[in-house]
Design a binder for this molecule. Structure first.
Ligand code: FAD
Ligand code: NAI
Length: 462
């Protein structure tokens, strides 16, 4: 069959970006994808569909809660769930077709089907064996199973099922107060479901800055989400399309139950490498099922590389994309670099939550001397006008050098605002550099400048 310089397995953000960069660098490239459409988890059942539903339901929330106060009177919109799902499907379609267009434009072959690696230098798809100098595994991740819980994608759903429920449930139990649980829990809360989130730990969104965790949970509670914290789910029973969730409180071992029409299991994802034949090839794996790679994405087998969710690091689309570009450039002889200290994370609830770099807890653990500059969106004119005064920007800077070490934002457009701090950190900037940069008025980004000012002589508007 055909010979390629590079064959990439998987067309998610890692795989498709890697393929485009390979092609731009003059490498003859093919991508193997088993789904019917390109784009991986992110475009088909992840980032894009979830953001479409978050956007639509946020519009509903605005209409129900803030329109009248702005003088926009009349009946609130009613929900046509079927139409909302079609809007989501159309959004997926335009995005996945966009990748197909980019493949054609860059002369990348799509080898349709599920691939395996019979030997280094060979990729088997169906009955065809293709040859490649380099193979890159970008096979992504899948839902992690929870002991005692069978996901049927009807009553007990993963994020995939939750993106296409037949109807909006009256009662939903979400297992796990992580990113998926809170984003999709917010969607169904806004659509009128009673949503209870059951979380194993005593805090939501583990790993996030503690102050943000507290404010975030308080704001979600204000929106009507209920939380059962410190609770270990034991199992879910389904009878006649209704579910009963049993959980044990970790503090006193007491057992409790919750009834639900739909249970969303959102307790993490696992690297997906099934069917690739990595065992037989002798590719080294970590205990958590990730493909082990060196700093250049090389696996333990010559000529085989791996990127994205199936290797170590945060399971984020932009992390996979950056690895895809760097991997391609490395193969083409360049010297690329991914700065893992400056990878932002965003939760697309309302308000949004975004972070980059160190949390205050991490700095304390490391025994570092740091200062905190904080500014509330209540002091930002634009936010007040837009009913978006909840939340704050928090910048952590080195006490001696003023260099920015981390930033945490909860508030309007946090997912966009974080990037000026990412750029500043990439350039090794001090908080004062941000504070002395003129920011247009009235913008939300003035809150970032004020937080930077708060690292020095103090903010102006608080
Ligand atoms: P994937 O996107 O998982 O793609 C892997 C592809 O490989 C799949 O299409 C799969 O079919 C294919 N494949 C696997 N094995 C084979 C094989 N043997 N042969 C052929 N094809 C194969 N991240 C963000 O940064 N922002 C978000 O807003 C966000 N939202 C999310 C929402 C949800 C509900 C979920 C589930 C995830 C979300 N993520 C988000 C995470 C994001 O989707 C992943 O981090 C990202 O998709 C990883 O990209 P990847 O290329 O490594 O793998
Ligand atoms: P997660 O790791 O973010 O959260 C899982 C939560 O479930 C944790 O809080 C954990 O303590 C809890 N948990 C685990 N076992 C439990 C149990 N038995 N009972 C109760 N709670 C339990 O995982 P999630 O939300 O499934 O997301 C998976 C991945 O997808 C994340 O790594 C994230 O990076 C990615 N993602 C990113 C998004 C974004 O960037 N906006 C959106 C959605 C997903």
């Amino acid at each position: 069959m055909a010979n390629y310089d590079v064959i990439i397995i998987g067309s998610g953000p890692g795989g498709y970006v890697c393929a485009i960069r390979c092609a731009q660098l003059g490498l003859k490239t093919a991508v193997v994808e088993g789904r019917d459409t390109l784009g991986g988890t992110c475009l088909n059942v992840g980032c894009i569909p979830s953001k479409a539903l978050l956007h639509a339901t946020h519009m509903l929330h605005e209409a129900e809660h803030n329109f009248a106060a702005m003088g926009l009177k009349g009946k609130s919109p009613s929900v046509d769930w079927k139409q909302m799902l079609s809007y989501k499907e159309e959004t997926i379609g335009t995005n996945t077709k966009g990748i197909e267009f980019l493949f054609k434009k860059n002369k990348i072959d799509w080898l349709k089907g599920w691939g395996s690696i019979p030997a280094a230098g060979q990729v088997k798809v169906g009955d065809d064996v293709h040859e490649a100098k380099t193979i890159i595994i970008a096979s992504g991740s899948d839902v992690a199973q929870l002991k005692g819980v069978d996901i049927d994608e009807k009553t007990v759903v993963s994020s995939t099922g939750a993106l296409e429920l037949g109807k909006v449930p009256k009662k939903m139990v979400v297992i796990g107060a992580g990113v998926i649980g809170l984003e999709l829990g917010s969607v169904y809360k806004r659509l009128g479901a009673e949503v209870t989130v059951v979380e194993f730990l005593d805090v939501i969104t583990p790993g996030m800055d503690g102050e943000v965790q507290k404010t975030f949970q308080k704001l979600l509670k204000k929106q009507g989400l209920e939380f059962v914290m410190g609770a270990a789910v034991q199992g879910v029973d389904v009878k006649g399309g209704k579910a009963t969730v049993t959980y044990k409180m970790r503090s006193d071992d007491s057992e409790h139950t919750l009834d639900a029409d739909t249970v969303l299991v959102a307790t993490g994802r696992r690297p997906y490498t099934d069917g690739l034949g990595l065992d037989a090839l002798g590719v080294e794996m970590s205990e958590r099922g990730q493909i082990k790679t060196d700093g250049h994405y090389k696996t333990s087998v010559d000529g085989i590389y791996a990127i994205g969710d199936c290797i170590d690091g945060p399971m984020l689309a932009h992390k996979a994309e950056d690895e895809g570009m760097a991997c391609a450039e490395g193969i083409a002889g360049q010297k690329p670099h991914v700065n893992y200290d400056v990878i932002p994370g965003v939760i697309y609830t309302h308000p949004e939550v975004a972070n980059v770099g160190k949390t205050e807890e991490q700095l304390k653990d490391e025994g570092r001397a740091y200062k905190v500059g904080k500014f509330s969106f209540m002091g930002n004119g634009r936010a007040k006008a837009n009913f978006a005064g909840d939340g704050f920007v928090k910048i952590l800077a080195d006490k001696a050098t003023d260099r920015i070490l981390g930033a945490h934002i909860i508030g309007p457009m946090a997912g966009d605002l974080i990037h000026e701090i990412c750029v500043a950190m990439e350039f090794g900037a001090a908080a004062e550099d941000l504070a002395r940069t003129c920011h247009a008025h009235p913008t939300y980004s003035e809150a970032v400048r004020e937080a930077a000012l708060a690292c020095g002589d103090g903010p102006i508007h608080s």
